[in-house]
Design a binder for this molecule. Sequence first.
Ligand code: AMP
Length: 284
Amino acid sequence: MSGTLQIERTVAGVKQQVGEWKRAGYRVGFVPTMGYLHEGHQSLIARAVEENDKVVVSVFVNPIQFGPKEDLESYPRDLDADCALCERTGASLVFCPEVAEMYGEGFSTYVDMDLVTAELCGKSRPTHFRGVCTVVNKLFHIVMPDRAYFGEKDAQQLAVIRHMVRDLNMDVAVVGCPIVRETDGLAKSSRNTYLSDRERQAALALSRAIKAGREMIEDGETDGDLVLEKMRGIIEAEPLAKIDYVEMVRWDTIEIHHRVDCPVLVAIAVFIGKTRLIDNFIRE
Ligand code: AMP
């Protein structure tokens, strides 16, 4: 289904439109993104379109979730292509604010979290989840969605958002969606565009390691350390790859865990050249 897409750059514009929809009794689905949309994002939007009357997609490269040495400036952007994808997937509204619209002068309120952010990306990127929680909190207040859609590609982020919604009594149903991959296995990511041809080949070490780890557990291995050892070996065999982390954690609390005796997340972050890529699998 496709229709006329509304594009809003202001908080007031979104609030007004969503307010009208709510008064009309429509259910609103929401997909927060940083843009440069691909089929991973599209799967979230399509699911939201299926399950709601109206769907809002935000396209906002959130500066406060980037560390000082990270890729904020070079992060890929293509708003026209993003809007075209949103329209043909059936979204109703794209919210694409300027940074000043979201963080006006004197902005000084942040949402932070302890437990779920201590490991994995929270350890490697110490201010990242504070930025994510703050912007998602703001976006939830602006968009007032009934349901919000997040990819398991960023599994820790999904866990963090679920905790925030529960801890702060927010009336939003958080829906997790499976990872969409290229045909050769690489998890789709806006950052894949940074990779040279040689690096693109090397990046397959991530999905190879994920597949091997998943298969070991499916075959009955319950010793997490053996699974991680196997996965590290696969990545270390690729000369262009440098491991940031390869870890197993409890899926609910994101605490390091060594046995497959409860739902676990096995997550990896690997530098391919200068590009940091992540991948994971969840064993419920
Ligand atoms: P981003 O634009 O990278 O912030 O991602 C926006 C949303 O899309 C997040 O919830 C991501 O987890 C999700 N997403 C990104 N890539 C994928 C993918 N390959 N498969 C599924 N979801 C994805």
